[in-house]
Design a protein around this ligand. Sequence first.
Ligand code: NDP
Length: 294
Amino acid sequence: MKTAAFLGLGAMGGPMAAALARHAAETGGQVLVWNRTFEKAQAHAAEYGTQAATLEQVAQANVIFTCLPISADVDEVIGQLEKHLRPGTLWVDCTSGHPDAARVQRARLLERGVKFLDAPVSGGVNGAKAAALTVMLGGPADEVEAVRGELAFAGKVVHVGDTGAGFAVKAINNALLAVNLWAAGEGLAALAKGGVDLSAALDVINASSGRSNATENLIPARVLTRAFPPTFGLGLLAKDTGIALDVVNNVKGSAPVLAQVNALCRAATQMIGPHEDHTALLKLVEQMNGQEIK
Ligand code: NDP
């Protein structure tokens, strides 16, 4: 029987592990779950038919998935698990991590005969619940092919390059999210200040060339409504834009707009709060303009 283990049952990990459990029920496998706050693993098991397990137990799985906030958290868990790991295990890290960390983690795990793939995801909590995430994989082609069929939470799987490339693509994607969100916020704040109705403005923009996921989905559903539902933390977005900047600097690139949006995300994380939804980035635009975006 094939055993998968999922470590980190947060906003993303919880529904991703549930998708693995649905797949395992169809294929005769089993899914072990571990969470730092262990009660969450027990609650997950009760709700989704997974099995709450200790770190020693999860080390026996064929595939180990992690989805933790940052690569340093994954390092910590690798440290705790290391002595229990078995050769032949595949470690798939779905954290939006750092490319440099991925290379070190892979080398460290290979010493134990464990293969490591960076496999960050996009699609948000709704995408995870619908098992429709996009997964961007970094690592050797044969290992990527071996894991494709295990990614039951995915709607789309793309091999983007060698170890670290998955994390690099994810970071740049999220930097683009931040740029689009911030820029749309600036424009809409100005329009609101000038007395333009923002629903009408978005109606036009979303039928025109200035549209983005920010204008089509995020701003109408989360900002204009003032709901800002906390599904993806502002602190995590600031982390991602920081990684994107490292990706640029590692190749001695020049990206002044990405540098600026990272600084703005960091400022907003300090001023608005790391656990606010990422769309609360626009509360900083509002403060700068003395104008709510609504
Ligand atoms: P959450 O904050 O909701 O969950 C974090 C999880 O990590 C919790 O299970 C938490 O355990 C655990 N954790 C935190 N620190 C440690 C540690 N040092 N050791 C062990 N476990 C730890 O995060 P998300 O699910 O939102 O995000 C996870 C990753 O996915 C991030 O890298 C994020 O950038 C990325 N991501 C998030 C998306 C989203 O929409 N939320 C979308 C796409 C990617 P505990 O319960 O004990 O706190």
